[in-house]
Design a binder for this molecule. Structure first.
Ligand SMILES: Nc1ncnc2c1ncn2[C@@H]1O[C@H](COP(=O)(O)OP(=O)(O)O)[C@@H](O)[C@H]1O
Ligand SMILES: [Mg+2]
Length: 503
């Protein structure tokens, strides 16, 4: 065999817990290597290490036979190893050409040589079968799929021996996926090695030569994709992990407080039917892009429902909230994943952040806010949630991520919503604080609230939920009670809408 373009051996990386443990991985010239695994398996982490974005702890890498130990993206690029990030990083108010050559504009007499820039940009666009786009067009006016293709074209304006694509098709339409695959074929024919991260089995069966599976931090032996059926691949990702017995608490399910009927939204969610019960912790599992966040947002009125409706409790009136405010008025709260962007006012105090949506509760006569009452309410939540701070006047920006999350939760508790939707409530939160948040979810459920939790970590869901539904490509693929699920079944359901039937 020829020298691999990239050789990774015995790679270790730990964050709060070990993420990669002794990972081996090779990329060969003119081959597409699929890197797959469940959510959180460490695929993106491995890609970021290879491209130089993230440092690793132990192990060795060689690029083209030479020792490769990148400490920055620049090092990666120096070795012609390039990565297309999961999220496009384009600048909206620059045009396509300026974005494509942002770090490397052609100049003439110290000024940007626009005629040459547009010429080069046209070549780059042609190379991506985007000939119908005008390089002068602002990037902000483009659709998400087009932006993704431009991002790839941008990376390919530089020399490239190893190209890393991390879930590149999540935002692409089918014709755009065809364009990308054609490009990958061209690169492969030119001897480029491609690392292709995806959970869409039908896709990487089309495009990849080899496959390596990450599971529990370890890498599988590489295998030829053509040797494996879809079912075998799912099996390799899920392993034979035994079912998590879950928490020992006994939930007492009350009546259905929210019925979701035939809901379609955002071009992704298809005919969702789901009942949500008081007193239960309901988990929503699914892969990235399966529609988990979209479902929460559609319920909450943050995104429009295209068809279908909701029923509140036994009331048969068909409703769809047209705004989050309306949802809140009906007792539905959403604690978003991006707490900072969607939830918190960082420069404001803990107190103001907790009471901001409920301030009318403290309005005494003549509409004057009863400050003492307001403070004692915040104080009681600070204590109940063990928010770690100097005092409730401290600004939220000074708190750790876990404590910021608690502040958002306190805000919603004060609102007294009967239905609370949590999107990735423990992401980026340390283990101790996680336990505190779980305890809190149980307490809320025990108090008769309906708790819905989206999480990328199947283990988290199996350990805290009473019921788990699985979304796959916008559809409800499974509904498991506590005694019915296993990691394997959840995984199989997650992949079900992405797998072709040809096993
Ligand atoms: N910057 C980070 N800080 C702390 N933990 C992280 C960071 N990036 C990733 N992780 C953790 O590492 C694990 C692997 O994440 P990731 O590589 O994104 O997985 P994948 O791409 O396979 O879904 C997850 O448990 C994730 O929470
Ligand atoms: Mg990832």
């Amino acid at each position: 065999m020829t020298t691999p373009l990239l050789n990774v051996s015995g790679l270790d990386k730990r964050y709060a817990v070990p993420v990669l443990r002794g990972v081996d991985f090779q990329v060969h010239p003119g081959r597409v290597h699929a890197l797959v695994g469940a959510n959180g398996a460490g695929k993106s982490t491995l890609c970021r290490i290879i491209s130089g974005v993230t440092a690793f702890d132990e192990g060795e890498m060689q690029a083209d036979g030479a020792v490769y130990r990148p400490t920055s993206v620049r090092d990666g690029e120096g070795a012609d190893i390039r990565m297309v990030m999961q999220e496009p990083h384009l600048i909206d108010n620059l045009n396509i050409a300026e974005n494509l050559f942002f770090s490397d504009m052609p100049t003439r007499f110290g000024m940007v040589d626009y005629p040459r820039l547009y010429e080069q940009a046209q070549v780059a666009l042609d190379g991506m079968s985007l000939n119908d786009l005008d390089p002068r067009q602002k990037v902000g006016s483009l659709g998400i799929g087009q932006r993704q293709l431009i991002e790839i074209a941008k990376v390919l304006t530089k020399p490239c021996k190893v190209l890393i694509l991390d879930e590149p098709t999540a935002a692409l339409t089918d014709p755009q996926i065809d364009i990308l695959f054609e490009k990958i074929s061209t690169l492969r024919a030119a001897g480029v090695g491609v690392i292709y991260v995806s959970h869409r089995i039908s896709e990487f069966k089309r495009i990849a030569d080899e496959i390596t599976v990450l599971r529990n931090g370890k890498s599988s032996q590489p295998q030829l994709v053509s040797d494996l059926s879809s079912a075998q691949i799912v099996q390799m990702m899920a392993g034979t992990a035994s079912a998590d017995p879950g928490s020992s608490r006994v939930a007492s399910r009350g009546r259905a407080v929210l019925k979701i009927r035939d809901v379609c939204a955002g071009g992704l969610l298809q005919n969702i039917d789901l009942d949500i019960y008081a007193g239960e912790v309901l988990g929503i599992a699914g892969l990235i892009g399966s529609g988990r966040t979209e479902l929460l947002r559609a319920i909450f009125g943050a995104d429009k429902i295209d068809s279908g409706y909701l029923n509140l409790g036994d009331d048969e009136t068909k409703v769809a909230f047209s705004s989050p405010q309306e949802a809140v008025e009906h007792g539905v709260g959403l604690i978003p994943e991006d707490r900072v962007r969607e939830g918190l006012l960082l420069t404001e105090s803990i107190n103001n952040n907790v009471t901001i949506n409920s301030i009318q509760k403290f309005g005494g006569r003549f509409g004057i806010i009863d400050k003492d009452q307001e403070h004692s309410a915040t104080e009681s939540y600070r204590e109940a949630l063990s928010i770690d701070c100097i005092d409730i006047g401290q600004s939220v920006a000074e708190l750790s991520g876990g404590n910021q999350q608690k502040v958002v939760i306190a805000r919603w508790l004060l609102k007294d919503c009967g239905i609370l939707l949590f999107d990735e409530p423990t992401r980026g939160i340390d283990i101790q604080t996680r336990e505190a948040i779980y305890e809190l979810l149980y307490r809320l459920a025990a108090a008769g609230k309906a708790i819905v939790v989206v999480s990328s970590e199947t283990r988290e869901l199996t350990s805290i939920c009473d019921r788990i539904v699985v979304l796959s490509n916008g559809r409800l693929a499974a509904d498991f009670n506590k005694d019915e699920w296993s990691a394997e079944k959840i995984m199989a359901a997650s992949f079900s809408a992405y797998t072709d039937n040809a096993a």
